[in-house]
Design a protein around this ligand. Sequence first.
Ligand code: NAD
Length: 485
Amino acid sequence: MIYPEVRNYINGTFVPSKSTQYLDVVSPLDGTLLSKVPLSCAGDLDDAVTKAQQAFRLWSKVPIKERVQVFYRYKALLEKNISGLSQLIREENGKTFDEAKAEIEKSIELTEFACSLPQITGGEILEVSSGVECRTEACPVGVVASIVPFNFPSMVPNWTIPNALALGNTMILKPSEVVPLSAARIAGLLEEAGLPAGVFNIVNGNRSIVEAICDHPGINAISFVGSTKVAKIVYARATSGFKRVLALGGAKNHLIVLPDANRSMTAANVAASMSGCAGQRCMAASVMVAVGDCDPIIDLVCKEAAKIIPGRNLGSVISRAAKDRIEWHITEAEKQGARILLDGRNAIVPGKENGFYVGPTVIDHVSPGMSIATEEIFGPVLSVIRVNTIDEALSIENSNPYGNAAAVFTQNGGMAKYVAERANAGMIGVNIGVPVPREPFSFGGWNESKFGVGDLTGKSSVQFWTKLKKTTTKWNPEAGTNWMS
Ligand code: NAD
């Protein structure tokens, strides 16, 4: 085992769980046993919530301009430690070093945004009738929990941590049990940056600790990022206990390609979108809907994708189960008559035979009803569906139950606008394969890709992490009293 057993982080200290149940943490790069992670019990969560409640009393009273000083220092620490942090992400998640580094760069950008919160959360004041002032104030919600998935061990926790804490909340993070090591490093850096004990806590575990978080009366709000299946469970369970919940789910993103699209740019974008992070991104291209004669572009996509080599510029998928599931879907599509243009099944990386690799895969002549076209595959696989008209393409995109992202590739501005207006997704790309809105814009999909109101990052997140106090004040008794004063 390369690293010591993972511990929980409660009140500024790494502590062993009270549970005796542990899971192995295995590197998907080569199957190496990295560590063991505890499946924490309700008693661990109780401790963390008690400490977070105590810390909230002080932290929520610290002026926001002082709170964000911690995040200026945290940002500097992310920059200083970028190489080691990226390496750790690579080991536990399997993505390439450059992809892991990009994740830390994004974490830095998220932290920069949190540092700007004093400038945008100032509240409003207005004299609403003679001598009577109304003032709004964004107050922290209390103890919040952030439940995160495996695919971005640093970026997704950092979607929530800097904003929620800068706005005065205290937090319990529940990392993915598959990649718990980066979260512990985040805790160490926050501590080094001067975050007071108890403001940020980590409780490790899987399903049962998530259920305990949903039910815990001391937790006021929960953000969840993961699959749609679990997002629905968490949303239903936690809101039935009257908690505030924002639950981001899975995705099935369609890229609509028109024959006039810039060929090389489109092919490079599509190939990068479907294969980046081994296809394990909720913003990854999954279906290319080719309108009319797109053969030259499809050929180029295959050429671009063929340059992406497992173990070189393509990381592993997260587990043996993920590899088997992805390959099963490819085989099913083949059996149902789709044509495999580029086959990533049975990829082996010499020297890393125990790793979990799937090569880039392009499947042509997929029909809309095939499972490869309807289910979230979460691997480096692109399905190509051919249609004759833009409305057929939109009808396919519109009828998928998710709504994270959609994109259009064309050089015709009118067509781009037509698709952007009609695509049924929260994040739209025009000639962009991974249309992640950067700060201060907010991240969040629609439909079965998100349950709850608002978005998780950027300006729109402020509403989720705060509650608005409205104070109406009158100091002029001489003005008399009527219904407006
Ligand atoms: P997951 O849903 O399996 O797990 C997410 C979290 O929920 C983990 O912390 C896990 O421990 C916990 N969990 C798992 N099963 C549970 C259950 N039955 N009850 C309660 N908690 C449970 O997701 P994952 O496999 O870690 O991540 C991949 C998924 O996340 C994909 O579907 C991907 O699209 C999605 N994702 C979405 C976004 C987004 O912004 N919409 C971002 C990243 C990932």
